[in-house]
Design a protein. Structure first.
Length: 401
């Protein structure tokens, strides 16, 4: 049997490496997953590693959703998998995705399973996707699984867009306000300063403060911009560390209004992902491992993995999730009812639908709260600068009068 070199990550994020004798690459993956190691690179000894993690660009989720739904329709109509992949790759407009589909078709034509071919392209197909395809191939219900997958991707993408749209508006307003203030400080305030100096008049405190800020910005702008870029870089680097991600993700969930919105998004994602996996026949322990990686927040990921460890020891799903204090009591009670009635998948789908609606309401509330806050912010910042500059002019006008 060939010897394979492998590299992977544990659930805590540490890197593991080794060599193993096995009949195939798939056998290595199964063995590593049984040890709770996520494989990132696998290669026969003496050959280059096959990259198993996305390196650079990713395929848009919309393209994957359309491909999945079209493939499900073709397979349900009786078309062979290879022919379906050939048709879909030829009509694909995204060049990266087109090349990926062509390689998948070649692998399947060469005797590989569909899931095995998908696993070679994590830039397009994640663990959730490939595990569901495995369940579909083994159960002979690939068309049904692909339909569920397309529904899941579409709803997950819609949820992501809701949150993104709620964040874009305030980000643009604040950015424009900062840009306007910088332009005022660099180009407009110095003109007023020259005029005030020629008048020889004593200036009020607000005007002096603005003039001082203008001088500081003019003098140190070449230092301020690189410093801001450096701070952003250091923050991103800190966030990539285990301690940084744990700390920041925990603080984010405690932010008023916004933290509650993210928690609702995480609950909706958790319920829909786990419901899709369970209804497709994926074992609950494997399902929770996959769901933890899609949580999007380290605090929630830790709670799911802790619950998974307790379930492995024989507990129900609801009890350890309840002890985590992350999931709302209603979610815990509905999961408990789903477990006791044997309808966990449908109960999880109901939870996901409910929290999708909750996210809609939360986004609307957040937008309503942000609008007056942004107006006050603009009024205080830009209006304050303008008033500070006009105070001496009003004083001069009063003196002349």
């Amino acid at each position: 049997m060939p010897i394979f070199k492998w590299e992977g990550k544990t659930l805590k994020g540490s890197i593991k490496k080794g060599e193993m004798e096995a009949p195939s690459e798939a056998a290595i993956r199964i063995h590593l997953r049984q040890q709770s190691i996520i494989p990132t690179k696998i290669a026969a000894k003496g050959k280059e590693f096959k990259i198993s993690l996305p390196m650079g660009k990713k395929v848009p989720q919309r393209s994957i959703a359309i491909f999945t739904r079209q493939l499900a329709t073709m397979i349900d109509a009786g078309l062979p998998l290879v022919q379906s992949l050939d048709i879909l790759s030829s009509q694909q407009e995204n060049k990266l995705f087109k090349n990926i589909l062509r390689e998948i078709r070649e692998d399947v034509e060469g005797g590989s399973t569909f899931a095995g071919a998908l696993k070679k392209h994590p830039a397009a197909f994640d663990d959730l996707y490939t595990n569901l395809v495995v369940a579909g191939e083994e159960g002979g219900i690939l068309d049904n699984i692909l339909t569920r997958l397309s529904n899941y991707i579409e709803k997950a993408e819609a949820l992501r867009k809701k949150v993104k749209s709620a964040m874009i508006y305030p980000a643009i307003i604040v950015s424009v306000a900062i840009l306007v203030v910088i332009i005022l400080m660099i180009f407009v305030i110095p003109v007023f300063e020259t005029m005030f100096k020629s008048a020889g008049q004593s200036l009020p405190l607000p005007t002096l403060i603005v003039l001082t800020m203008s001088k500081i910005i003019q003098k140190y702008i070449v230092v301020i911009i690189p410093a801001v870029i450096l701070l952003v870089f250091l923050f991103r680097k800190f966030y990539k560390t285990e301690a940084g991600k744990t700390l920041i993700d925990r603080l984010i969930l405690k932010v008023p209004v916004f933290g509650m919105l993210l928690k609702k998004v995480a609950v909706a994602r958790f319920a829909r992902t786990l419901g899709t996996l369970v209804s497709s026949g994926v074992p609950i322990l494997d399902g929770l491992l996959i769901v933890s990686r899609t949580a999007g927040n380290r605090t929630i990921e830790t709670a799911i993995l802790s619950a998974r460890a307790s379930i492995r020891e024989g507990e129900t799903i609801a009890d350890p999730l309840g002890r985590s204090n992350v999931f709302p009591p209603m979610v815990i009670q509905m999961i408990s009812v789903g477990e006791s009635t044997g309808a966990l998948d449908s109960m999880l789908t109901k939870i996901a639908d409910f929290y999708d609606d909750e996210v809609d309401v939360a986004v609307s509330n957040l937008t309503s709260l942000l609008e007056p806050f942004l107006m006050v912010f603009l009024g205080v910042v830009i209006g304050g600068v303008v008033i500070a500059m006009y105070l001496p002019i009003f004083q001069m006008a009063s003196a002349v009068h």
